[in-house]
Write a protein that binds this ligand. Structure first.
Ligand code: FES
Length: 63
């Protein structure tokens, strides 16, 4: 997925911003939500955001 892809339309939050939140220490949807305020309105981004966070966390743990 392109880093510029908007994951949370309500906030305009991109995949790259979510990746950065994981690099800065967030390890779960709830932790990313706390930092970026995603998934607090219509929550339709929640499933995609969760999948992305899981895959970014895996990438981090492989390094
Ligand atoms: S798209 Fe994320 S809360 Fe609406």
């Amino acid at each position: 997925m392109n880093g510029n892809h908007i994951v949370c339309e309500c906030n305009g939050t991109t995949a790259a911003q979510i990746e950065r939140a994981v690099q800065e220490g967030a390890r779960s949807f709830e932790e990313v939500q706390e930092k970026l305020h995603i998934g607090k309105q219509c929550i339709k981004c929640k499933e995609l955001a969760k999948l992305l966070i899981e895959s970014f966390v895996e990438d981090m743990e492989e390094q």
